[in-house]
Design a protein around this ligand. Structure first.
Ligand SMILES: [Zn+2]
Length: 92
């Protein structure tokens, strides 16, 4: 993930991003940044992910002997994590 101000590369698990509370600050340029999912991308991905879940993942999970219903929640969480982006939290 890149800082929206200076394009400094921040690791998802870096200290700067794992501090509690928002906004966080970029360790390079000291400007305020916040981490939030890209909802547009979530909206785009939700249908293919749901279909993949329904036709590929769920039958496998059920075949493995688990209940398939809890998996949808995990997909939702994964989708949000994968689309996380850094946004500027500076006052304009
Ligand atoms: Zn920065």
């Amino acid at each position: 993930m890149k800082c929206p101000h200076c394009s400094y590369k921040l690791h998802f698990f870096s200290k700067a991003l794992n501090k509690f509370g928002n906004p966080k600050t970029c360790p390079k340029c000291d400007k305020k940044i916040k981490l939030s999912p890209n909802y547009k991308m979530v909206a785009w991905l939700i249908v293919p992910v749901f279909l993949a879940h329904l036709f590929i993942v769920k039958p496998l999970v059920i075949a493995a002997g688990f209940s398939g219903s809890g998996i949808v929640g995990i997909w939702g969480v994964l989708l949000i994590i994968f689309t996380m982006q850094l946004h500027s939290a500076e006052q304009l």
